[in-house]
Design a protein around this ligand. Structure first.
Ligand SMILES: NC(=O)c1ccc[n+]([C@@H]2O[C@H](COP(=O)([O-])OP(=O)(O)OC[C@H]3O[C@@H](n4cnc5c(N)ncnc54)[C@H](OP(=O)(O)O)[C@@H]3O)[C@@H](O)[C@H]2O)c1
Length: 247
């Protein structure tokens, strides 16, 4: 039986990815900053393990607790939508610590065992915002675009060792806790000059149109993990697929 380890399973995509693999008879190591056993269906194939991807001790302990894994899904992430002038350096660091360095740290942590076994898959969840420039997302987009570049280079380095890396790019998913979790990072004072742009961006976000559901992302991750012929970049969600097809 194969084992997948997923980061950021307390809500949103991570929780749904964990459900998807559990439903398909995989062993699941669902990691959370604050472990909760009531979020997923009880199963002897499920282990809930504490993990903060920004904390080296926590990463070491979680990898040790997980044991051998066939697939790692780097899903944990935090969002930020704000003019750069209203973003503190501490917030920039926090976004990169989680989205970029956390992904790199987890990847480094699983590689020795995957190399020794000559097999493994690492799936990194980034975003379609990396595909086209949008205002107010400079820091978030940079943190995820770095993961795209990291993953694509690593694919070439690891293929000879039997290890695959893939990217899943979700579109906008208003139903997860993403927006709510980003709010505490968006407290900086915003100069009035940005008001028209902000009004326009938030108005567009409220317009009806296709969005991404957590199930779309779970299906994309499943394809990335189980299909060796899966493309390097997998858009997930109706809006993501439409955007990728338009480029
Ligand atoms: N929602 C969207 O519109 C959207 C679109 C494209 C891509 N994405 C990406 O998809 C991924 C999942 O987002 P989501 O929409 O499911 O948002 P979410 O509901 O906020 O889930 C994010 C998860 O990441 C966890 N997390 C945050 N910081 C962490 C850390 N330092 N260590 C470990 N876990 C941490 C959160 O845990 P806590 O509960 O402990 O905070 C939560 O479980 C993120 O990488 C995000 O950037 C989201």
């Amino acid at each position: 039986m194969k084992t997948v380890m997923i980061t950021g399973c307390s809500s949103g995509f991570g929780l749904e990815i964990a459900r998807h693999f559990l439903d398909r008879d995989w062993q699941v190591v669902a990691t959370m900053r604050t472990p909760r056993t009531d979020l997923l269906p009880a199963s002897d194939r499920l282990r809930v393990v504490a993990l903060d991807v920004t904390d080296a001790d926590s990463v070491r302990a979680a990898i040790a607790a997980a044991g051998p894994i066939d697939a790692l899904v780097n899903n944990a992430g935090i969002g930020l939508i704000n003019p750069l002038e209203a973003v503190s350096t501490d917030t920039v660091r926090a976004v990169f610590e989680t989205n970029t360095l956390g992904t790199i740290a987890m990847t480094q942590a699983v590689l020795p065992a995957m190399r020794a076994r000559g097999a493994g898959v690492i799936v990194n969840v980034t975003s379609t915002v990396t595909l086209v420039p949008l205002p107010l997302l400079s820091v978030y987009r940079a943190s995820k675009a770095a993961v795209n570049a990291f993953t694509e280079s690593l694919a070439l380095e690891l293929a000879p060792l039997g290890i695959r890396t893939r990217l899943v790019l979700p579109g906008r998913a208003p139903d997860t806790r993403f927006g709510e979790n980003a709010r505490p990072l968006m407290q900086g004072e915003i100069p009035a000059a940005y008001a028209p742009l902000m009004d326009d961006v938030f108005k567009r976000m409220r317009e009806p149109g296709p969005v991404t559901q957590a199930q779309d992302v779970a299906r994309g991750v499943w394809q990335a993990v189980t299909d060796p012929a899966a493309p390097m970049r997998i858009p997930a969600g109706a809006d993501a697929e439409a955007l990728a097809a338009s480029l």
